[in-house]
Design a protein around this ligand. Structure first.
Ligand code: LLP
Length: 412
């Protein structure tokens, strides 16, 4: 469910015409709906109301400051993976005691920054990291709360680039290594092992892999009791999928119920790290057709958004629905929607049936709120798009369009 709807033949973001926003702010333009974000956060969070829990929005999905502020106002905690994300979360007013820090390559400065802020927990991904956190925390006169990220070797049945809980992936520690790491953690002065963590992948469209991972983690939790450890938190990561095309992922309430059934008798606080399911369908990318081009083998619509703005189609072969901002009644063509970047991999859609749009018309690329702007770049020296948040009839310029001066501002 989202608040990008057609009214009287025109696409609206909540109470505002998308065409007007594109006229005012130019294209390519990211537009986010505040009501959709709040709705998604609440739908997700309330799905776990039967359990002690903390929903930590995964900042990497969309880290715009205004967007983080909206979620922080809803009571969201945050899942971060870098010092930069910590900086953003704190700037957005997130309570540090609701921040968990994941990632395989935390640097010493980043660890110290997080200790200084007083975050809830580090999700530790290697023995080296465990030792380093202990040394740094001791040096600062602190004790760091930690979870170990367990790699449960479960197949999430998603794109290989976004599967993270398989033995061959770089993430976490396997069960045996984890056991040894907990035993070691108990001897270290600077860490307090209070949690168990895993994240098996992203864009999961069934619940089974989560339940399988949970099953392995709960058996492991029983084993840890033998060490005399008192675990307080179970972090299951993020990963719940959304509908881009015809996927039918479980509704958060179904996901919540399934986890609640398993965990209701466990004396643990559940932590969740949803990203895509909160932000994905809360955003669209608006682009303008620059040219249309017919070749003997294909029809192209060349638009002003490119792989530097939204890399998901190029990188994962991902599907994003594309619709006209102002639909007209006309025949449809089978086209490739491509950007101006000098690579054949620069496309937003391939072999897509689309109405025969004319240059100057706007298209909306749906489900672009997660891993859209955050993965954008300046490739081909293209200034990054502006980001708008619509809240009812109110429009917030959440990030101004970059300028050519911005492009060279850090260089000499
Ligand atoms: N927690 C951890 C430790 C993660 O690595 C991730 C995502 C999440 C939570 C959030 O997962 P979500 O709920 O959004 O599925 N760029 C890719 C997605 C990469 C996901 C990386 N990790 C894409 O565009 O599909």
């Amino acid at each position: 469910m989202h608040y990008f709807e057609y009214k009287n033949g025109e696409l609206y973001a909540e109470g505002v015409k998308v065409q007007d926003l594109a006229d005012t702010y130019g294209t390519p333009l990211y537009i986010y709906s505040a009501a959709t974000l709040r709705r998604h956060f609440k739908a997700f969070d309330s799905a776990f109301e039967g359990l002690p829990h903390l929903t930590c929005y995964s900042v990497k999905a969309n880290s715009n400051l205004s967007l983080l502020k909206i979620l922080a106002e809803c009571g969201a905690g945050m899942d971060i993976v870098s010092g930069g994300e910590l900086y953003r979360a704190l700037a957005a007013g997130v309570n540090p005691e609701k921040i968990v820090y994941s990632g395989v390559g935390k640097r010493t400065e980043e660890i110290r920054q997080a200790l200084e802020a007083g975050i809830l927990m580090f999700n530790v991904e290697s023995m080296g990291e465990l030792e380093r956190i202990s040394v740094q925390a001791s040096d600062m006169g602190k004790v760091a709360r930690i979870s170990l990220r367990i790699n449960p070797d479960v197949d999430p049945k998603t794109h290989p680039y976004i599967s993270t809980g398989l033995k061959k992936n770089k993430f976490g520690l396997d069960l045996e290594q984890s056991y040894a790491a907990y035993a070691r953690a108990m001897t270290l002065p600077g860490v307090d092992p209070v949690g168990i963590d895993c994240h098996i992948g992203s864009q999961l469209t069934t619940i089974e892999p989560f339940l399988e991972a949970l099953d392995r983690l709960s058996l492991f939790h029983d084993r840890l009791k033998g060490l005399g450890l008192r675990i307080e938190y179970l972090d299951l990561g993020g990963g719940l999928g959304i509908t881009y095309d015809e996927e039918e992922p479980p509704h958060p309430s179904v996901f919540g119920q399934a986890l609640t059934n398993v965990l209701k008798d466990y004396p643990l606080t559940l932590i969740l790290e949803p990203g895509r399911v909160i932000a994905g369908n809360s955003g669209i990318l608006v682009t303008e057709a620059v040219y249309t081009k017919k070749t003997p083998s294909k029809d192209f619509v060349i638009v002003d958004a490119a792989m530097n703005d939204l890399v998901r189609p190029s990188l994962y072969g991902a599907f994003h629905t594309i619709k006209e901002v102002t639909p007209k009644d006309r025949p449809s063509l089978n086209v490739d929607v491509v950007g101006p970047i000098c690579e054949s991999g620069d496309f937003l859609a391939r072999d897509r049936a689309l109405p025969a749009v004319e240059p100057g018309e706007r298209l909306a690329v749906f489900s672009a709120g997660a891993y859209g702007f955050t993965m954008s770049s300046n490739y081909n020296s293209r200034p990054r798009a502006a980001e708008i948040i619509v809240d009812g009839d109110t429009v917030i310029l959440a990030r101004r369009r970059e300028t050519y001066e911005d492009l060279i501002a850090l260089e000499k």
